[in-house]
Write a protein that binds this ligand. Structure first.
Ligand SMILES: [Mn+2]
Length: 470
């Protein structure tokens, strides 16, 4: 069978594990996994010896998460260069292996749990690149690690040098991807309240890159005022605007997640107004007694006009080094920040569709390799779903091989001959969803990622049979 024109094989063609046979094997395995990304490893391989070979592969010490991801990251950087700028969303997620207590080498992930058995798993900090319109381009950095249990701090957290804190992951990820991207395309980093870190702002300013971060601390300014208090004394922009916000769900799971909203949140509309100010942050003292340099920053505050109640009230403080001095610019900051939500969806794909937490590879090191490979497959799924939302008129050959779209067309229309005109991404998307059980009635919501993926898997099976028999 010719694997070369499959997306995963193209994506990984530059993989370099220091051994040609290993390179070939990881591509074959990735290709098998991508046909059924939710299936356990023993079902994606053809026989038991292939299953054992895949276990051995993840155990091989020549294989590391960095080496697995490198070809994908390189391709992502290339894709990014087609745009005038890109967003990079950073976020942390817990990969939970609490239900597989036998897994060796994983660490504590809970702290706030009320469940009976101890929580265990790994922490993953991901940086996902998006096009200006929000099409996921791929990962540009990914770390997976175990938290070592309860390291006692002797000094207060505030005075520990930033490199020793877990929050250093934000800065280190930025350094990582800004080096890989070089100056080939401007970057706008987006982070949630956990990313409200002075040194992260400094790192961006020093590198002449942009950021949008939701502010967590009511920071002291050089003027002695506190920034959150000061902005409320300013005159808001006269325009108000209606936005859709998730309704807060009080039945949130006991485990602390990266977001306080459930994924399937309901939305309500909220009327908001915007404030903006340019401020100079008071520089914090470092451990060695030196004072960091002062930084000037733009602050946008979005406030709900008539909130249903205090608890539901929308109040976002966003910090950025992009301009915010007109309503339009401030509004663009809010809209860009809303793109952060897509990384939550990405993690959802990785966990619920690609089922990484169900894997029983037994040790943390094997799991890290396995998860790294799955992050690439999860990205593709995610990309496929978003693509039709924003590139609907592109030819479907952008995402599908010839044999794939032709098979899809023949199967859905039950014809032998395909149309002379190549379908668009959107048309192919609907056909794929239909194959996954989507009915496409007039009032149906657009197909979801799981339906599309089911269609994709079925299509892969059909294509495979043709490739074997032709
Ligand atoms: Mn987060």
């Amino acid at each position: 069978m010719n694997l070369k024109d499959k997306w995963i094989c193209k994506e990984l063609e530059e993989v370099s594990l220091g051994d040609k046979r290993l390179n070939k094997r990881i591509i074959e395995l990735a290709s098998n996994i991508s046909k059924g990304p939710g299936l356990p490893l023993n079902q994606v391989s053809d026989d038991w010896s292939a299953v054992k070979a895949s276990y051995r592969l993840f155990d091989n010490n020549k294989i590391t998460p960095d080496k697995i991801l490198k070809p994908h990251i390189d391709k992502t950087v290339k894709r990014a260069q087609e745009y005038p700028y890109i967003f990079i969303i950073q976020d942390t997620s817990v990969v939970d292996f609490s239900t597989h207590q036998k897994t060796k080498g994983v660490g504590s992930v809970g702290g706030q749990t009320k469940v009976k058995h101890k929580t265990q798993g790994m922490i993953m900090h991901t940086s996902l690149a998006l096009s200006p319109k929000g099409v996921p381009l791929g990962l540009v950095s990914n770390y997976i690690w175990n938290r070592t249990a309860n390291k006692k701090r002797t000094v207060s957290n505030k005075f520990i040098d930033i490199e020793d804190k877990e929050s250093f992951k934000w800065i280190s990820a930025f350094e990582d991807y800004s080096e890989k991207i070089g100056k080939t395309v401007p970057i706008i980093t987006i982070g949630d309240r956990e990313a409200d870190i002075y040194d992260l702002y400094l790192a961006h300013i020093d590198n002449e890159e942009k950021f949008i971060v939701r502010s967590s601390f009511n920071r002291r300014l050089t003027s002695k005022d506190k920034m959150h208090d000061l902005i409320k004394t300013k005159q808001p922009y006269s325009e108000t605007i209606e936005i859709q916000v998730p309704v807060k769900d009080r039945s949130v799971t006991f485990r602390k997640t990266s977001s306080s909203y459930k994924e399937s949140a309901k939305y309500r509309s909220a009327k908001v107004r915007l404030f903006s100010q340019k401020v100079t942050l008071k520089a914090p003292k470092k451990l060695n007694g030196q004072i960091s340099e002062e930084i000037q920053i733009n602050h946008v505050y979005m406030q709900e006009v008539d909130p249903p109640n205090e608890n539901e009230k929308v109040a976002w403080h966003l910090l950025t080094n992009l301009e915010t001095d007109t309503f339009k610019k401030a509004w663009e900051i809010v809209q860009a920040y809303k793109k952060r939500w897509s990384i939550e969806t990405y993690f959802k794909v990785l966990k619920t569709t690609c089922k990484v937490e169900d894997c029983r590879l037994g040790t943390a090191d094997r799991l890290k390799n396995f998860i790294s490979l799955k992050t690439i497959i999860a990205w593709r799924l995610f990309w496929l779903t978003y693509l039709s939302k924003e590139h609907s008129d592109l030819s479907c050959t952008y995402a599908f091989r010839e044999i794939e779209w032709k098979t899809l067309y023949r199967r859905i229309n039950r014809v032998r001959e395909v149309c002379s005109e190549v379908p668009t991404v959107q048309e192919a998307q609907v056909m794929l969803a239909k194959l996954g059980g989507y009915l496409n009635r007039a009032n149906d919501a657009p197909p979801g990622i799981i339906t599309i993926w089911r269609g994709w898997q079925r299509l892969q099976d059909m294509v495979e049979i043709q490739e074997i028999t032709r």
